[in-house]
Design a protein. Structure first.
Length: 174
């Protein structure tokens, strides 16, 4: 069965031909969206694509059941992001921008589950998050720094600093 790719707002959604027809006829396709077959690289506007489908493959006969409701097109992360160095649109999977060479993959590493867990661990025990990330030297330094700082009741500052540092850490800093 041939599938179609609907591109809208930088995200791609794969649907069947029947679902595409239902979306197009009900007016639920987002404005500015483009459509292509999974076997093609050429995008078309939905109206042209629908006309081409109808010319090559007449709609189903009245006896065949039509889809009850068109599928809801889910919001997804855009596949293209802007390079912070030059502004060119680049695939979010790219390691670097093809125009200027700026690294792309490491631009948005925060929010990873590992960093969140490491941050919480460092908030409870300074240096534990750094140890979990494989940075033993820094982990021991935070732990000893907190122990010394607690002598003058300022250890809580080291807890907070260690948590923030663990949350902001990226692989590229290694």
């Amino acid at each position: 069965m041939t599938k179609l790719v609907i591109w809208s707002d930088g995200a791609e959604t794969i649907v069947s031909i029947a679902d595409f027809r239902a979306l197009a006829k009900s007016g639920q396709l987002p404005k500015g969206s483009l459509v292509r077959s999974t076997s093609s690289d050429r995008y078309s506007v939905p109206e042209e694509f629908l006309a081409m489908l109808e010319a090559n493959d007449p709609p189903a006969s009245p006896q065949s059941p039509a889809p009850q409701q068109p599928p809801v097109v889910a919001d997804r992360e855009p596949l293209l992001i802007q390079c912070v160095a030059c502004g060119r649109e680049v695939s979010r999977m790219a390691k670097c921008c093809p125009q200027c060479g700026h690294p792309i993959a490491a631009e948005n590493p925060q929010g990873k589950t590992g960093n969140v867990v490491a941050s919480i661990a460092s908030l409870l025990i300074p240096g534990a998050g750094q140890l979990a990330q494989g940075r033993a030297g820094l982990g021991v330094a935070f732990f000893l720094g907190a122990a010394l700082a607690w002598v003058v009741f300022l250890g809580w500052l080291v807890h907070i600093f260690a948590a923030i540092e663990a949350a902001a850490w990226t692989e590229s800093k290694r």
